[in-house]
Ligand binder design. Structure first.
Ligand code: SAM
Length: 247
């Protein structure tokens, strides 16, 4: 997968992509992330990228010309395929979640536009962006952190990135449920013991316990997800009973 990011602050990406799983995916040529400085396409000798809003008001708006020209140049580098999806990051977009991460991970290429200041000239949204994504109902200073969040979640889904395919399959939100509780050694610490079933070596019982815990957690913490989850009537009843009577 190739991801091109268009930003006014390329330095912000130093760090998050130089560590851990994303770095390994880059080193293993599973993902190729290119960061482009929008100012390189700025206008005039001052490389202008923003201007005052028509109609007045506070703040600056990112200009249309540098963004169009940058995206066209990036597409041309990639063999001038005009069908490359262009995601505009905006608090007004569809709210990012695991399902969207999974969808995006199926793409070969992706261009991400990071806004700043008061936002971007509306004509970019109308005539260039193919998708608009928000990472939540709050306003960030710029799209850079949002791009990092999205890329981190997408890269985990690329084949060969995680050590075991199962680790993504059982993650919270992948199957519409929160993940079951995890424990590691020691089996007891300050009197707090790991559930006996996990030490039993009985894989069928462990799988059953994990499924129940996952359902129960979702019921208690995220009733909105529980409502939508693909569960049998017996599983729904179990959650309602166990939430009232945990043992
Ligand atoms: N005035 C804009 C509005 O109210 O919709 C917000 C502009 S915000 C200060 C600057 C930039 O940060 C946006 O253009 C967008 O790229 C990015 N941004 C802010 N919040 C975001 C969010 N929740 N998700 C994704 N991007 C966000």
């Amino acid at each position: 997968m190739r991801i091109d990011i268009l930003t006014l602050f390329p330095g912000m990406f130093t760090g998050p992509f130089d560590e851990s799983i994303v770095k390994r995916a880059i080193d293993n040529d599973i993902v190729n992330i290119k960061i482009h400085n929008l100012r390189d396409w700025g206008l005039g000798k001052h490389k202008m990228v923003d201007d005052y809003p028509f109609g007045g008001g506070s703040g600056m708006v990112m200009k249309i010309e540098p963004i169009f020209e940058a995206v066209e140049a990036i597409k041309a580098q990639q063999g001038s395929d005009s069908s490359v999806p262009v995601i505009l990051l905006t608090p007004q977009g569809r709210v990012f979640n695991q399902k969207i991460a999974f969808e995006l991970a199926k793409l070969d290429r992706l261009i991400i536009l990071c806004g700043h200041y008061e936002g971007i000239d509306e004509r970019v949204r109308e005539h260039l962006a193919t998708d608009e994504i928000s990472i939540g109902d709050y306003v960030l200073t710029g799209g850079e952190l949002a791009a990092m969040v999205i890329i981190d979640a997408v890269v985990r889904y690329l084949p060969g990135v995680l050590g075991s395919e199962e680790s993504a399959a059982e993650d919270s939100h992948t199957a519409g449920l929160l993940e079951y509780p995890q424990y590691t050694r020691p089996p007891a610490y300050r009197g707090w013991e790991v559930p006996q079933v996990l030490l039993s070596g009985n894989h069928a019982q462990i799988a059953r316990w994990r499924r129940e815990q996952s359902i129960l957690r979702t019921f208690i913490r995220r009733p909105d997800l529980f409502e939508k989850a693909n569960l049998s009537p017996a599983e729904r009843k179990m959650a309602a009973n166990r939430a009232v009577n945990p043992l």
